[in-house]
Design a protein around this ligand. Structure first.
Ligand code: 0GY
Length: 296
């Protein structure tokens, strides 16, 4: 583990908010253990091990039923730790993989059988070396045939350059962490309004209203991030997902208490029907009941 790496909270509180039955933590990771699933040589950080057993224990502790496990950059394009977690979880988890252009159709089908339903395109420069857009487009075409979708991770200043490319993708596109807005600018700032416009004008775009701990300037209980997430939940109730982001890689400011993160949910989705869409119905539709997300 890197010398400045902050391990996840060892004893998160029990949330006051009780997620509805069937709730999905739609953004979390498994790391290692390194002795079984070594980290990728090209990784930009080395985390502390955070294996599937701990993830599933946290799921139960927080009152969730299912997980969507997202391949993290420290494992590169080797999805073995992810697939191992999916095999153990069975119907209680689905996955988002990271693949390269050389992946064979047989390998894609194997990932599909394990429960993978999407690929992640990561544009965050501190996490990955850049990938040519032509490579991403080729992968997008191939995974569209499997009924998978694309998860895009980028930071707000990169949206303008990326938007034409993202709009050209042939599947549902899920944007991680609300496109990482600068919350000091406020919801009404043109930057965040452009993100809202992107979802308004492209019905195949979804977003995860996750990671207040990364976006906050004021710290827990993340009041400065709530208006951003709430605006998206209220405007696009059927295209939002929520996740813990456990085990919170690369946090520098503080170690989030996962129980406190869950307690943000009723502030961003105050009505039970919004909570149900955010935590149960949307994730179920995209990850468990997905015939095809290819747009016509
Ligand atoms: C996240 C955020 C981060 C890391 C990764 O793949 C990753 O390594 O996604 C980050 O450092 O912002 O979503 O887990």
């Amino acid at each position: 583990m890197d010398a400045d790496y902050l391990p996840f909270h060892s004893n998160p509180s029990k949330p006051t908010f009780r997620p509805p039955p069937g709730a999905v933590d739609a953004h979390c990771h498994v790391f290692g253990p390194e002795s079984v699933f070594p980290y990728a040589p090209e990784r930009k950080y080395t985390p502390c091990d955070a294996g599937k057993d701990k993830l599933f224990k946290l799921r139960d502790h927080l009152g969730f039923t299912r997980n969507v496990i997202v391949q993290a950059s420290c494992h590169g394009q080797n999805n073995d730790a992810l697939v191992d977690a999916l095999n153990v979880a069975g119907d209680l988890a689905r996955g988002v993989a990271v693949v390269g252009p050389e992946i064979s159709n047989e390998e894609l089908v194997k990932l599909d059988l394990a429960g993978v339903r999407g690929v992640r395109f990561n544009f965050v420069k501190r996490l990955v070396d850049s990938t040519p857009k032509s490579v991403f487009i080729n992968i997008a075409e191939r995974i569209a045939d499997l009924g998978w979708h694309i998860v895009a991770y980028f930071e707000a200043p990169d949206l303008e350059e990326l938007a034409p490319f993202l709009k050209s993708l042939p599947t549902t596109v899920v944007v991680d962490h609300m496109g990482r807005p600068d919350v000091s600018k406020g919801v009404e700032h043109p930057d965040f309004q452009k993100f809202i416009e992107l979802l308004e004008e492209n019905q195949n775009f979804w977003t995860k209203v996750s990671c207040p701990e990364r976006l906050t300037l004021s710290g827990p209980p993340y009041e400065d991030v709530v208006p951003f997430a709430r605006a998206l939940v209220e405007r696009f109730p059927d295209r939002v997902l929520w996740g813990t982001d456990w085990p919170h890689p690369n946090m520098k400011s503080h170690v989030p208490d996962d129980g406190h993160l869950v307690d943000v949910i009723p502030k961003i989705a105050p009505a039970p029907e919004l909570q149900n869409a955010l935590l149960v119905e949307n994730a179920f539709r995209l990850y468990w009941d997905c015939s095809s997300t290819r747009i016509s």
